[in-house]
Design a protein around this ligand. Structure first.
Ligand SMILES: C[S@@+](CC[C@H](N)C(=O)[O-])C[C@H]1O[C@@H](n2cnc3c(N)ncnc32)[C@H](O)[C@@H]1O
Length: 224
């Protein structure tokens, strides 16, 4: 118990009152706004603070990042997930829209990043059999089955034996996907079938973390 004459409580009250005062709150808000590195895509949720996304980062992204491995991210947008993939030896960021790659380049221009402008489903310039990890979030949810099939086929060529891919896709078994017109007609059953047809084996699935979508992890079926 502190001495009765201590200024402990009065000091704490003053700190609280200062932090609550309008000029101080305005100062902190402006300082935060000016120092924030604005990343396009955080408006859909920040994996630093939004629980399901934080889980995806921890379970589906970070365990695969290794400096002796190479990775591909499909549809990086402004880099919401790219920032967690910077620990790869080489990171190919593949996007159909040049404007998005330019936006990404503003925040991420590390030497290990290779910017790849594709024609929708291909991996131009990415060497076959050289990729350990493919990641895509928020992109396949909008792609129709023929585009997904073409992507999976092309992915089979670039992934190493023993490599792994984590793809986030639309899950129309969920009400929130049914209500979202921009989400493509896909379900875990359809996705599994497309993955298998392209020569992969499904290793793991996450059907519960996201309310409108699901994730699948797969690896190339041995050709031997
Ligand atoms: C909704 S944003 C998601 C961005 C980022 N992954 C995120 O979660 O914040 C979709 C991204 O996919 C890109 N994109 C759309 N169609 C694509 C395609 N067929 N191939 C590659 N990228 C595509 C868009 O340009 C954009 O960067």
């Amino acid at each position: 118990m502190p001495d009765l004459n201590t200024s402990l409580h009065v000091d704490a009250l003053r700190r609280f009152q200062r932090a609550r005062s309008m000029p101080y709150r305005l100062y902190r808000a402006i300082r935060g706004e000016l120092s924030a590195k604005a990343i396009y895509g955080l408006q859909w949720g920040d994996p630093e603070t939004v629980e399901p996304l934080a889980f995806i980062k921890k379970r589906w992204v970070l365990p695969y990042v290794r400096p002796d491995h190479n990775a591909v991210e499909i549809g990086p947008g402004g880099g919401r997930w790219t920032r967690y993939l910077l620990g790869f030896g080489k990171l190919y960021v593949v996007d159909y829209y040049k404007e998005l790659l330019e936006e990404l380049r503003k925040n991420f221009n590390q030497p290990e990043i290779v910017f790849v402008h594709n024609t929708g489903t291909d991996f131009p310039g990415i060497p076959e059999g050289e990729i350990d990890f493919v990641f895509s979030f928020g992109t396949f949810v909008h792609l129709d089955a023929p585009l997904i099939e073409a992507y999976l086929h092309n992915m089979r060529a670039i992934l190493k034996e023993g490599g792994t891919a984590v793809i986030h896709y639309s899950d129309k078994t969920k009400v929130m996907a049914q209500e979202n017109k921009s989400f493509s007609e896909n379900t875990p059953d359809r996705m599994r079938a497309m993955v298998a047809h392209a020569g992969f084996q499904v290793v793991q699935e996450d059907l519960t973390t996201m309310w409108h979508s699901s994730l699948v992890r797969f690896t190339p079926e041995s050709r031997g």
